[in-house]
Design a protein around this ligand. Structure first.
Ligand SMILES: NC(=O)c1ccc[n+]([C@@H]2O[C@H](COP(=O)([O-])OP(=O)(O)OC[C@H]3O[C@@H](n4cnc5c(N)ncnc54)[C@H](O)[C@@H]3O)[C@@H](O)[C@H]2O)c1
Length: 221
């Protein structure tokens, strides 16, 4: 069965990469592109799609998700910097019977970094996170850094660097007596996120819960 996918934020940096990845997948069909820059709203692309993928902005993602869920369309969200509890409320009250999946980071290496950082924090005295992103990123600290810190033991300060030339990198630096350990994840291109996005699109329709958070839930359930 071919899943029909609409992309919200289709004219953006991530949205364009998602459109190309969906277009290139044999089992998926690109059914719509929503973006004010293209003159199309999410409402207008719901007909004929099964899943809406959202890479937009923190101040628009919830409205987009509510619209899609109310119409019974599953949503896969990569947008960061919004309140996931509000998404939970929308997903769980949805009469449309659709699921929501959200991940602060769709790169497999980043998910592994978070897992290793959580494990290392149980054995090292202290840790800090330094996250590096392109200068146009709207939120700081990044969703990935906040989630990493949340998975680790102790208080983990986060430092945010915003510079042209970067995509999305993160160092988790752990310190203890006369030693440090650095766990580093580096992306060179936005295609790094696409295997994770395609996996979420293929799995979102069959998830047991109305809301699922984190790519790790699909990788090692
Ligand atoms: N989860 C991840 O792995 C991951 C990776 C990279 C970026 N991100 C996040 O994805 C989001 C998008 O990042 P980007 O770099 O592509 O941003 P971008 O600014 O390049 O693109 C956002 C696009 O959304 C469009 N948009 C605004 N309002 C809209 C609406 N109501 N409906 C549809 N489209 C709308 C804008 O016109 C723009 O084209 C950010 O929140 C970023 O933090 C997540």
């Amino acid at each position: 069965m071919t899943l029909r996918v609409a992309v919200a934020g289709a004219a953006g940096r991530m949205g364009q990469a998602v459109c190309a990845a969906v277009d290139g997948a044999d089992d998926l069909a690109l059914a719509g592109r929503a973006d004010p820059a293209l003159g199309t709203s999410v409402d207008e692309v719901l007909d004929g799609c099964d899943v809406v993928v959202d890479f937009t902005r923190p101040d628009t993602v919830l409205d987009n998700a509510r619209t899609a869920l109310a119409a019974g369309r599953h949503v896969v969200i990569g947008t960061t910097g919004f309140d996931v509890d509000q998404l939970r409320a929308a997903a769980e009250s949805g009469a449309g019977g659709a699921n929501a999946f959200v991940a602060p980071n769709f790169a497999i290496g980043a998910v592994l970094m978070m897992r290793f950082a959580a494990e290392a924090s149980r054995h090292m005295a202290a840790a800090e996170i330094i996250e590096y992103h392109h200068a146009a990123k709207l939120d700081a600290p990044s969703g990935t850094a906040k989630r990493t810190a949340g998975l680790m033991e102790g208080d983990v300060p986060i430092h945010s660097v915003r510079l042209p030339g970067l995509v999305a990198d993160q160092d988790v630096v752990l310190g203890d007596v006369a030693q440090t350990l650095t766990i580093r994840h580096v992306t060179t291109d936005r295609t790094s996120f696409m295997p994770g996005v395609l996996l979420a699109i293929r799995r979102v329709t069959e998830l047991p819960d109305r809301l699922t958070v984190g790519l790790e839930r699909l990788l090692w359930p």
